[in-house]
Design a protein around this ligand. Sequence first.
Ligand code: SF4
Ligand code: SF4
Length: 430
Amino acid sequence: MQTNFTNDQLKDKENKSSETIIRKCVHCGMCNATCPTYNILGDELDGPRGRIYLIKDMLENNKPANKKVAKHIDRCLSCYACMTTCPSGVNYMHLIDHGRNHVEKTYKRPFLSRLIRNGLSYTLPNPNIFKILFLISLIFQPIKFILPKFIRNSLDLMPYKLPSKTLKTQKIYSAETKKIARVALLTGCVQRVISPEINESTIRLLNRHGVEVVVLPEINCCGSLNHHLGKSKLAHESFKKNINLWYEEYLNNGLDAIISNTSGCGTTLKDYGFIFRNDADLKKKAKKISELTKDVTEYLEESLNLKFKKDDKEYKIAYHSPCSMQHGQKVHSQPINLIKQSGNKVFDIPEGHICCGSAGTYNILQQEIAKNLLKDKVKNIEKIAPDFISTGNIGCMTQISSGTNIPIVHTVEIIDWLTGGPKPYKLKNL
Ligand code: SF4
Ligand code: SF4
């Protein structure tokens, strides 16, 4: 695509990088075919190609965003299906991140929209504050039918009871057998509050196979929630803190990997190197953190020799591949291969490349589109009629479980269970 940035504009490194991305686009429109929002809304500006044009126009002409641009940029799920489809290798992820930042800096949203976005940005990345919000939500669950639709829909995404924790919070979880590796675990901000069993399964499984796990107590959020809300200042505060803390741990005590069991966060961690590519102080450290980051299933497949135990029953499992995992990190076969090693049948969900509608805070901010996507996802899952669903992202778990009674568990819970850990409580009736 031809661009018309001035030399002065290109002195800005973010503009320069976006210009390189835009020039790769040959405006063929193939990406529209797999874009969920284009398929639902049928508007060119709700597809990747249209959004590229909108971002190009704002950046080249130094234009502030307006209501129309913000609407179409906000409707993007950041699912990156377009990146998997694009034959020209357009890095839409970095471009939309730049576009969101520009919208956030130059467009004043209506009061209510600002209130909701600021509220999400403040509460979700902070586990202590989010826990309070979660407890309040439990009080309102039985009477939510009297609440406005927006709040009712948001409450539908929250669990109905407080989860019980079975592992004590500590910094170091020692290997149970001869230590073969040492990893850091990102326990996530929302995940640790509503589904602590995912981190517990991860720790148990790794410890049982000789891996020491370090959980740095100062690390709360990877920063991706604010990053995708376009709140770059807040996001960068989290990024910098995490990079410095993990790098120090890597230098002082050694780390073989940084494990993410939430694929949305893993995608951002793997992007720290790019985000700080122009920062003289952080560039080397950020690159190292990104190189060390592995999705838990990637790490299990590459680095451990898992010892599966045969269960009496063979289960039919539908595997939901989170967008951030399949399109963002290109991790798809690893979780499927691992579950297959346990002797169970695993099925890809039809139209599995299409988002379930979770997408960070999308199912709160864009409820109608998210519900549409959820309806299709559930319909496709039900075609398989699985005993249960496996996936690797807490956002997808909350979204999908709000639309079906088929139990959904994290892949690591299944692997933990089938290599000697406890059966996930959500599967107790199977
Ligand atoms: S598929 Fe790639 S090259 Fe074609 S319009 Fe979409 S982003 Fe541009
Ligand atoms: S990231 Fe997803 S929703 Fe956004 S343009 Fe690409 S395919 Fe469409």
